[in-house]
Ligand binder design. Structure first.
Ligand code: CP
Ligand code: NVA
Length: 310
């Protein structure tokens, strides 16, 4: 069994395997109704428990559907309905969940909460987003990229805006598969330098750009995210908007790329981080990206359960 807490923990070609498994499983079930179980039902008899301490639409839908398509079953637990919400410890919760489920997923704020759950669980634990990182999202994003633009190798992906949890996972991914990541992020919202250094030390090609235009030039994908994340103080929204305004993804920015696609993990806020023209335009593949969360999640679940894709 393996936890899936951060992409930086992955060894060897594990991410490559997940991208290939996600694409292969998607192709294999083309045309089937969404609730139909995959022919091999690899997780039949297994139960996934999902704990949500933060809101979610896509992560909730995709893990639930993905687990069912693998032949397994799901249980969804919201913090407000659990004793966790009344002060029961993470470690006791981990022990209890391990008696009822075969695998667990947690969406929370502090990354330390996730690490603590994993440390005390006897089953694999998946990061369904923390304030620090969002690794599941990046498996879906890279899978979507390859679906539209071919193999990542040698291509340039541009990240514009906040150096947030999704950006951190992109940086970690750049150390595992071959692509160039161009980051255009205001200095006060930078990706933690230690993340950049660690990724570069493993061979990641990361270019730090001063402007959005510099990052977009020659990129095959322009990627952004909301300017206020769930773990950010909403009172900082105005200050953040002023800092991020020059990084908004516009049509003219898209025109600087190499026939780029537009990616966004969603939820999106039109005319903040991206113009409605780009978000709803022909180069936007955000709903393929959302769908691919399910296919990618299935690859993550199989990895955690020790079922490798060959
Ligand atoms: N992209 C993503 O994780 O969406 P949700 O917050 O809706 O799960
Ligand atoms: N950065 C965003 C991602 C949402 C999926 C957040 O943490 O709110």
């Amino acid at each position: 069994m393996s936890h899936f807490l951060d992409l930086a923990d992955l060894q060897g070609d594990a991410l490559r395997q997940m991208l290939d498994a996600g694409a292969a499983r998607k192709a294999a079930r083309a045309g089937l109704p969404k609730g139909a179980v995959d022919a091999d039902a690899p997780l039949a008899g297994h139960v996934l428990a999902m704990i949500f301490e933060k809101p979610s639409t896509r992560t909730r839908l995709s893990f639930d559907l993905g687990m069912r398509q693998l032949g397994g079953q799901t249980m969804v637990l919201n913090q407000s309905d659990m004793q966790l919400g009344r002060g029961e410890s993470i470690s006791d919760t981990a022990q209890v969940i391990s008696r009822f489920a075969d695998i667990a997923m947690l969406r929370t704020g502090p990354h330390e909460t996730l690490s603590e759950l994993a440390a005390h669980a006897q089953i694999p634990v998946i990061n369904g987003l923390t304030a620090h990182s969002h690794p599941c999202q990046i498996v879906a994003d890279l899978m979507t990229f390859e679906e539209h633009k071919g193999r990542l190798s040698g291509q340039r992906l541009a990240w514009l805006g906040d150096g947030n949890n999704v950006a951190v996972s992109f940086v970690q991914a750049a150390a595992l598969v071959d692509f160039e990541l161009a980051l255009a992020v205001p200095k006060s919202f930078a990706v933690p330098p230690a993340e950049i250094e660690a990724a570069r030390a493993k061979g990641a090609k990361i270019t730090l750009c001063d402007t959005a235009e510099e990052a977009a030039k020659g990129a095959s994908a322009l990627i952004t995210d909301c300017w206020v994340s769930m773990s950010d103080d909403p009172a900082t929204a105005e200050k953040r908007a002023a800092s991020f305004a020059p990084y908004q993804v516009t049509q003219s920015l898209m025109d600087l790329g190499d026939d780029p696609i537009f990616l966004h993990c969603l939820p999106a806020y039109r005319d903040s981080e991206v113009t409605a023209e780009v978000m709803d335009g022909p180069r936007s593949v955000v709903f393929d990206e959302a769908e691919n969360r399910a296919h990618a999640q299935k690859a993550v679940l199989l990895y955690c359960m020790g079922k490798r894709h060959d």
